[in-house]
Write a protein that binds this ligand. Structure first.
Ligand SMILES: Cc1cc2nc3c(=O)[nH]c(=O)nc-3n(C[C@H](O)[C@H](O)[C@H](O)COP(=O)(O)O)c2cc1C
Length: 449
């Protein structure tokens, strides 16, 4: 139990072979299995046995430029999650879907089905899609501007929420005697007409066990924060320092309160990618071992995408060419760019050192240490207003999560910081989130409340 008496939430953030960009070259990685569903089912079963809240899958509807050097392909998350819920009982499944490159009615059906089939374990990571090259796969010449993507996202979530609410919880009657299956009076058209969408509804499936999937979001820019304060129930975020995590945490909780929301109904989960050794030196060596396997071609391509500048002509062992960066230029991933600049300002790294700083987890926090040191830093952030839990990002898989579960989770439990048993069945139960009522259902009166 933290000083504020809360228990932490832990997600396993699954990237095919792990989060370090050279993970697939790690001798213990299982690269030959990353297109085999049993690989993902086993990872989820492992995390479930450790009583994690959820497994999480990122996504983007386009191929990353640097596939040459790393297993950065994407299996469509909802398909993978459906296979995972068939092989698990309690663990939540959170998947990413874009509000820019999908249609609300289709996604409403997919996630409603997943929530039904998982008996209430679905979560949706709402992104506007950072990868600009996705536009070319959807008949567009250019990626919509950041603010336009968020404007569409706002209307998108409004529409899809209406669709998930369009059946009241007791609309299904299923009375064989009378032959009545559903009460049409409790199934509502949504008749949404807006700038981006026109949707009649209702959804063509009953309301799911959680009412709606858990709304997760991962933006950190001004637009991202405003959107999160309005809709998000869990927020994934990337921070290098306690200070920036505390600022984000306080700001997002304050914004939610300003929206009339209870700040406890919004869980903040920074990412942490832990290199764990029996000594700090051993952990450092593990980190260096993977950094030594990086390929400048990959690292620079990632830096180019984040900074919007081609840095491949610069001396890798020279200073980061601060002068070529136009800080005011529109960038598809505003907050991640700022994070890179903060590292440059704070640490004055060479290009190679910066590439290695980002190689671990694309700007999320990489931590090297003993199991106690990892538990200490997790407790520190949780007890100092920086986190309600963490997205655990194993540098390589499956080994990187096995050592965290075997070595760190028992310490967190001894300190009363993490559950020993699930107390509920749904993802909302695990996260301590209320089940939302349908906006079309009659408000409970004193008598019916
Ligand atoms: C933990 C985490 C996971 C993310 N997953 C995705 C993803 O799967 N797909 C995607 O396009 N962007 C993803 N992003 C990027 C965000 O959606 C967003 O573009 C980025 O954080 C920039 O924030 P902004 O939109 O507020 O500028 C992720 C970010 C974080 C912190």
């Amino acid at each position: 139990m933290t000083s504020s008496g809360k228990q932490l939430h832990l997600n396993l953030f699954i990237y095919p072979d792990g989060h370090h960009e050279a993970a697939w070259r790690h001798p213990d990685s299982e690269t030959d299995r990353i297109l085999d569903i049993s690989y993902y089912q086993e990872l989820a079963q492992r995390a479930e046995a450790a009583k994690f809240d959820a497994v999480f899958f990122a996504d983007g509807p386009s191929l990353a430029e640097n596939i040459q050097y790393a297993a950065r392909f994407r299996l469509e998350p909802i398909t993978v999650m459906t296979a995972i819920v068939a092989a698990t009982e309690r663990i939540g499944v959170i998947g990413t879907a874009s509000t820019t490159y999908t249609e609300p009615y289709n996604l409403a059906r997919q996630l409603s089905a997943l929530d039904h089939l998982s008996k209430g374990r679905a979560g949706w990571n709402i992104v506007t899609t950072g990868a600009a090259n996705a536009a070319l796969n959807f008949g567009l010449d250019a990626h919509p501007l950041h603010r336009d993507r968020y404007e569409r996202a706002e209307e998108y979530v409004d529409v899809i929420t209406k669709l998930w609410d369009s059946w009241e919880d007791d609309a299904v009657v299923a009375d064989r005697e009378s032959g009545i299956f559903a009460d049409p009076g409790k199934i509502h058209r949504v008749d949404h007409v807006g700038k981006h969408f026109r949707v009649a509804g209702p959804l063509n499936a009953p309301r799911s066990p959680q009412g709606r999937p858990v709304y997760v979001q991962a933006g950190s820019s001004e637009d991202g924060r405003a959107f999160a304060a309005r809709w998000a129930e869990a927020i994934f975020t990337a921070h290098q320092t306690l200070g920036s995590a505390q600022e984000f945490y306080a700001d997002i909780k304050h914004r939610a309160q300003a929206q009339g929301r209870d700040p406890r109904g919004l869980k903040v989960l920074p990412g942490i990618s832990p290199f764990i050794g029996s000594t700090a030196k051993e952990a450092e060596d593990l980190h260096q071992q993977l950094n030594d396997l990086t390929q400048p071609g990959y690292s620079l391509a990632q830096l180019n995408r984040l900074t919007g500048v081609d840095l491949s002509a610069y001396d890798l062992d020279g200073p980061f060419p601060r002068e070529v960066i136009d800080a005011d230029e529109e960038r598809s991933e505003g907050s991640r760019f700022q994070l890179v600049l903060d590292i440059v300002e704070r640490e004055d790294p060479t290009l190679r050192q910066l590439c290695h700083r980002l190689a671990g987890a694309r700007g999320h926090r990489v931590f090297t240490g003993t199991p106690d040191q990892v538990a200490d830093t997790i407790q520190d952030w949780a007890e100092h207003g920086a986190a309600d839990g963490f997205n655990v990002m194993p540098p390589w898989l499956p080994g990187g999560i096995e050592v965290f579960i075997d070595e760190v989770v028992p310490i967190l439990r001894r300190r009363g910081l993490f559950r020993t048993e699930y107390t509920g069945r749904t993802l909302r139960d695990h996260l301590g989130l209320a089940r939302p009522a349908s906006q079309y259902a009659p408000r409970p009166t004193k008598e019916t409340a």
